[in-house]
Design a protein. Structure first.
Length: 213
């Protein structure tokens, strides 16, 4: 056993460095190199290892060289970056870069909206209780949604998580939405392609035709 000269704790010999002569260091490994230093940002005195120039995470972020990057969409320089995986200078550039220009816009029918509002009312008044687990997969800790069997019977529902709800709607469509064939994209009118499985039907956005789902 050996007592550290800095912290004063008695520790095992393996906790001390050994020099070429086989002599143990006066300080333990944890205290080795610790000295009182002055923060180069705020001027506060702190205890740190050699080469440490900032007293904390805030001062370290202010001291380190700031990183700038060229936006992948507009080509302008932006920064300083709060994280290195950031590629776009704004959310507008990110949306413009990731949008393909072809989207299917769907709207909910009136009967489905009425059934959903009725379920929300019954949940708010306590006549319906949202279970903590999904009926299909049994997952907990997720948002559990009311999935309707038939919109003519708005209180006959299954309690499913988001993933199971989407999966069930694809296997057993309820025809609760319809496709809107008009779309405005970045201020200009574009056309929308709807793939029906047999052929691609191209509809001009200016026609504003509603196609049942």
């Amino acid at each position: 056993m050996k007592t550290c000269l800095y912290c004063g704790q008695e520790k095992l010999l393996s906790q001390f460095y050994t020099d070429r002569r086989g002599m143990r260091s006066a300080r333990c490994r944890r205290c080795h190199g610790l000295e009182h230093r002055i923060c180069v940002i705020c001027g506060t005195s702190f205890v740190g290892k050699p080469g440490t120039k900032a007293c904390g995470a805030g001062c370290h972020s202010a001291f380190r060289p700031q990183t700038f990057r060229i936006c992948a969409q507009c080509g302008q320089s932006f920064g300083p970056l709060n994280r290195l995986d950031k590629r776009y200078c704004s959310i507008q550039c990110k949306v413009a870069a990731q949008t393909t220009g072809r989207r299917t816009i769907r709207k909910t029918i009136a009967k489905a909206r009425k059934a959903q509002r009725l379920v929300q009312y019954y949940l708010a008044t306590g006549f319906l209780i949202r279970p903590p687990a999904c009926e299909a997969c049994g997952a907990t800790g997720r948002m559990i949604e009311a999935a309707h069997h038939d919109y003519d019977h708005p209180l006959r529902v299954r309690w499913l998580c988001c993933a199971c709800h989407r999966r069930w709607d694809k296997l057993e469509p309820k025809n609760g939405t319809f496709v809107v064939a008009s779309q405005e994209f970045t201020g200009t009118t574009v056309s929308v392609e709807q793939f029906t499985g047999k052929k691609a039907l191209r509809i001009a956005a200016t026609d504003a035709v509603e196609v049942p789902a």
